[in-house]
Design a protein around this ligand. Structure first.
Ligand code: 6PG
Length: 256
């Protein structure tokens, strides 16, 4: 596994670099193998990225060769303001030409257990067979508590080894979600974390100041995402990077 961390002065430059990286990775992967699989996260951080990918970066990729998935979803209808699908669809996917069968959303309108089972079936169909899906790219965020996707600190979901997608009740948020499990995240070719804002600084600093396999690192689910045969890239703004030790910081950004 290769891990790299880049720092940006603000969300705009972080989002632009993320868009450029995703477009380049997608175009190159499609060139090499004819398709590209990506799983998206929700929340605020990726909103500007999605807008950029649906606008000025849209021409850079033959999007009809891309299969879109989600790392997690809230158990709400697809037109609900809370929906991670809606977050990406309105800003990006609705603005690019996509054939039927390339958007694999988690059906938040179903019961949590049914939505997770249906998504797992869809993953197995899309990736073929009983093995672990290997996404070309998974875009993740990190909460101030260190959660990522809908994998929360101390949750039993962190120990799931068999299932690909599971229903989880987010105590802090008092809501049901469906999330990919760590075995799927850690089987990705590339993980791209987007982390911005001072509220993330303490958790991110603790994560990078801890040894990779230490208990401290385990306290943050984001610290458990370590794609064994892949690349782990962090794009972080200065506010969130305040406590990250200088020896792990690389500048200039990857697009320079
Ligand atoms: C979700 C996301 C979640 C998100 C973090 C960070 O469904 O909310 O998948 O894991 O990435 O909570 O969210 P922000 O980008 O809003 O800080």
């Amino acid at each position: 596994m290769r891990e790299e961390l880049y720092i940006f002065p603000d969300r705009e430059s972080l989002s632009r670099t993320a868009a450029s990286m995703i477009a380049t990775l997608a175009a190159g992967t499609i060139e090499a193998k004819g398709t590209f699989s990506i799983a998206l996260s929700g929340g605020d951080t990726p909103k500007r990225l999605f807008t950029l990918l649906g606008a000025e970066y849209a021409p850079a990729v033959p999007w009809s060769r891309v299969h879109f998935f989600w790392a997690d979803e809230r158990c709400v209808p697809k037109d609900d303001e809370e929906s991670n699908f809606k977050n990406a669809y309105e800003r990006w996917l609705s603005r690019i030409a996509l054939p039927e069968g390339t958007i694999h959303r988690i059906r938040g309108e179903l019961s949590p257990a049914h939505a997770a089972a249906q998504y797992e079936d869809e993953l197995r169909r899309a990736f073929g067979g009983e093995g672990l899906p290997s996404f070309d790219l998974i875009v993740l965020g990190m909460g101030s508590d260190g959660h990522t996707a809908s994998l929360f600190p101390g949750a039993a979901s962190l120990d799931e080894k068999e299932r690909l997608a599971i229903p989880v009740y987010a105590d802090v948020l008092k809501s049901w979600r469906v999330t990919l499990t760590l075995p799927v995240l850690n089987n990705a070719e590339h993980i791209l974390f987007l982390v911005a804002g001072a509220s993330k600084a303490e958790t991110l600093g603790a994560l990078f100041n801890a040894e990779p396999r230490s208990e401290q690192r385990r306290r943050s689910p984001a610290g458990l995402v370590r794609p064994g045969h892949g690349v782990l890239t962090w794009l972080v703004d200065e506010d969130a990077a305040q406590s990250v030790p200088s020896q792990v910081i690389r500048t200039p950004s990857p697009s320079d």
